[in-house]
Write a protein of this length. Sequence first.
Length: 499
Amino acid sequence: MKLNVKCVMVDTGFTPVVIINHLDAIRYDLHPRDRVLIETVGKREKRKFISVIDISTTDTSVKSGTIGLLAEAQAAIDANDGDVVDVHPAPKPESIKIIRKKMRGERLSEKELDTVVKDIVADELTEIELTYFVSAVSMHDLSLEEVAAMTKAVAKNGCRFNAKRKPVVDKHCIGGIPGNRTTMVVVPILAAFGMTIPKTSSRAITSPAGTADTMETLAKVSLSLPEMERVVAETGGCMAWGGSLGLAPADDKIIRIEKPMSIDAPGLMLSSVMAKKFSVGATHVLIDIPYGRTAKVVTRAEAEALRIHFLTIGKLLNMEMLVVLTDGSQPIGRGIGPLLEARDVMAVLQRAPDAPVDLRVKALRLAGEMLEFCGGVQKGSGLEVATSILESGSALRKMEEIIAAQGKTSPSEFRLGHQRAVVVASRGGVVRSIDNKAISKLARMAGAPITRGAGLYLHKKVGDRVKKGEALYTAYADSAEKIRHVRKYHEELKPYTIR
């Protein structure tokens, strides 16, 4: 059927959507969420795309004989009001059958996973269909062979970064520990040593800040692939948001489905991490697995099992893997939230007297292990070399080079929240434990990571002595209402155990 275009400049942020009148829907036996093929008519350059339809039940917004194109649909064919398009029913992609197969708990082949990923990247799957895929994988998980196949498919169906200097090193922490910004210390240390480390990072999914969110308070992180190549060529390293690079576009779309439900399926987590490493051509990868009672990984046994998974997948992908298990019993550093965490990082790099010791110690350990792992220094001397690079100021200078190359952020762009509250201890004693999940939740209630200057600054850590009425942490937010939420939920969540 031929319909006249009406542009409806609403951005869904996902699958292209078109709206047709209910009378046209009845006439052509179309139903909500059906697929249709849209083709331009009468234009020199014919364009077409697949969309899902919504149906207008009145004649107010979209009249009979008209089709409303939402922003993504309008952009797909560069249509204007009054243009004519041809609309045909479109068959469902092959991926639907494959998703049903996974919903039954069956294993998927490399070819089947490649088909699903291709359709994700091409927007052939609707948001609902992709949600079913994520849910099926969450319920039945992926085998290690499926993870390797998914990793290859995600990396293959995106751009690739080709470093001119080898080895290419990379690192990743599986998350779950607030304030754990070791990457932003490790990258400049390794780059200052002369290694190539093109670090791509995600924005926060369930945490108060991701590395990309934190780095963005210092420098531009939404780089194009050519920009990233230039930065790495100039400085040896970078810290960029993976979502802007097109390196693993399927992964970013999957993450958007996971985020509202806080889903973190092990198989998808493994393939997500490894796809990003694979796409930048990493030859040597360090994986940090923190474990602890309130961490993402609770026991050492679980951490050891995950370590073996990473080593196995690395072998299947021909990557050299170093997997370390670290203390995840409490937050790392003092700041929880993008700007506060960036201040911790810079304090460590600047060798400031008040720099958080735990962040410094952990970052130096990881950097030292990576230096030894890649063959850059003799075994047993990595920590000493990493410490020397930090203490000499070389790491700070390298960080400043990376910030300048990516594009320095204006200091006035991000400020600490103007609404503040000091939360105090209700009793005296020694801090026995700090709940990672509770601290993360409170920092998010304060507004992190959306508000870059929101979050918590921890005055007390495990082992510290505290008096009744003494400050445990300061909360920063951009509204008094968020501060009230923090105070209220502090009493319910009880993030500090003091005895």
